[in-house]
Ligand binder design. Sequence first.
Ligand SMILES: Cc1cc2nc3c(=O)[nH]c(=O)nc-3n(C[C@H](O)[C@H](O)[C@H](O)COP(=O)(O)O)c2cc1C
Length: 315
Amino acid sequence: METKLTQLLNIKYPIIQAPMFLVSNVAMVTEGMKAGIAGCIPALNYRTLEQLRAAIIELKANKVEGGSFGFNLIVNKSNIKYKEQLRVLCEEGCDFIITSLGSPEETIKQAHKAGIKVFCDVTDLRFAKKVELLGADAAIAVNNEAGGHRGNLTPQELTNQLSQALTIPVISAGGVGCKADIDKMISYGAEGVSVGSPFIASVEAGVTDEYKQACVDYGEKDIIMTERISGTPCTVINTPYVQKIGTKQTWIERVLNKNKKLKKWVKMIRFSIGMKATENAAKKATYKTVWVAGPSIEHTKAILPVRDIVANLVA
Ligand SMILES: Cc1cc2nc3c(=O)[nH]c(=O)nc-3n(C[C@H](O)[C@H](O)[C@H](O)COP(=O)(O)O)c2cc1C
């Protein structure tokens, strides 16, 4: 399965274990590397820079031939720690950084000086061309089957468009749960895939067994979009609790959102309440089950070690 992505990262299979807020951790990425793929953790999964530094040091020690590791940086203003996280990543070193939300210009400049590759999340051709011009090493094409904040275009539309227009490799993110899906993305022009949701139900994932089991018990038809987490539509499992609280903003939020002066504050408050609720649902036993996942959990039939999930993906 040699592609431009396997060459770029020196990995066995063209798969990135996608960064997942609250879910990804060192254990998952270490096992991913041993299985011959790349793994990525959101820098925001670490509350302090010391914890982030410790994770990088651990991953450097755990790195094996055929595997590779990186971190995800939110590069817009919502991440007040962005510059410091970038500094720590450049000081310690890692194989790659995935940027999301915002311009990757500064990250590309600093990371390249430190010998780190930069892959950028994109959802359309206009932004993909921009990141290519800025020097990105690959574009991660987030399609409308992805878990989390998904794109608008189908995997085929987006991957086709980008692979024809760009010279850098295109990695398809969203909707990959088995080998046939990987083959499909490659046939659309992708050089690899970024896979998130199928790794939530891994033994190593840092979330509750209830969340993992939900990814086994629920499937594609149970994934819906909600605005109740960050304000921006996000995919969640349609549990009875999600049904109870609804998926749209409340009428108060809608009214306040129309007020120019208050809009920014309403957004921030919604974001912080939503994040706390998701964190509680992911980390603690609670009846408030707001579990983020994408339709690719359809293929998840049991809670398995990462190495078995990778084996199933390439079988
Ligand atoms: C639970 C969850 C959390 C996520 N957190 C992040 C994140 O922190 N940063 C990011 O860039 N993408 C995040 N994503 C998106 C993934 O990196 C990836 O694009 C997506 O999972 C691909 O679709 P899939 O779930 O069908 O594999 C998240 C996705 C999920 C399911």
